[in-house]
Ligand binder design. Structure first.
Ligand SMILES: Nc1ncnc2c1ncn2[C@@H]1O[C@H](COP(=O)(O)OP(=O)(O)OP(=O)(O)O)[C@@H](O)[C@H]1O
Length: 228
């Protein structure tokens, strides 16, 4: 599902964030990406949905070669990938329902399908009763659940989460993790960058550690490996 071969990324300001990454992630895996601040974790995940382009090397996602992907093909790639950020990134003036429906309206789904899909994902993230609320009326954990619902409403094969629990307290973080686990159990590949030792050590999944732009460790049922 994701293949990186000798991937380098140097930003225009001269900072080299990735320094020769080789990684293979199979469909259905759950992968934590860990490592010190500034090690290249976000850059690594941003390459997967063509938010960034590699300076050198090959990035394949769902059999698409992202190094060669034409601009006009990017929407097709993004429809297969859901992305969740630390800061939720919801549209503040739209309701919960509208924030999620928006992702389907842009791909011209029928109104009937949109309604069904939005209500299904709201059920999945346990927020059906808050469909009419606006983001400001929700707790941080609820906002993150809306952003997860928005990310999965299209049935993506891949869900990328960049520190999804970074702004949340431990209890709320566990709610988010149980939802991500359910999504993964239904067959979606999940790649999650995190600084949470607690979560990584308890959930025991594949751990890819990035240090200085290189894969320093890649273990199945790995641990966080750094001090909290
Ligand atoms: N858009 C950008 N332009 C220039 N340099 C960048 C950009 N994004 C990241 N960098 C630099 O690339 C390096 C890797 O950053 P990245 O955000 O990938 O690390 P990270 O491991 O995700 O860090 P953190 O855990 O703090 O989020 C850092 O030195 C950072 O300053």
């Amino acid at each position: 599902m994701i293949e990186m071969q000798s991937v380098y990324k140097t930003y225009p300001n001269g900072v080299t964030a990735l320094n020769g990454i080789d990684v293979h992630i199979a469909q259905g895996e759950f992968v934590y990406v860990v490592g010190p601040s500034g090690a290249g974790k976000s850059t690594f995940t941003r390459l997967m949905f063509r938010e960034e382009k590699p300076t050198k090397g090959t990035v394949l996602v769902n059999d698409m070669n992202l190094s060669k992907l034409k601009e006009r093909k990017i929407p097709k790639l993004r429809r297969q990938i859901g992305v969740v950020y630390q800061d939720f990134r919801l549209l503040p003036r739209l309701s919960v329902y509208e924030n999620i429906a928006f992702a389907l309206e842009v791909i011209e789904e029928s109104p009937k399908n949109i309604r069904k899909r939005v209500m299904d994902v709201l059920d999945q993230v346990r927020l059906k009763n808050k469909a009419r609320f606006i983001p400001d009326e929700l707790s941080g954990g609820e906002q993150q659940r809306v952003s997860i619902a928005r990310a999965i409403v299209n049935h993506p094969k891949l869900l990328i989460a960049d520190e999804p629990t970074g702004n949340l307290d431990p209890e709320t973080s566990w709610e988010i993790m149980s939802i991500l686990e359910e999504i993964n159990a239904s067959g979606t590949t999940v790649v999650m960058a995190t600084h949470s030792k607690d979560i990584v050590d308890k959930m025991r999944k594949r751990v890819i550690a990035i240090e200085d732009g290189l894969v320093a460790r890649d273990e199945h049922r790995g641990d966080y490996g750094y001090e909290a």
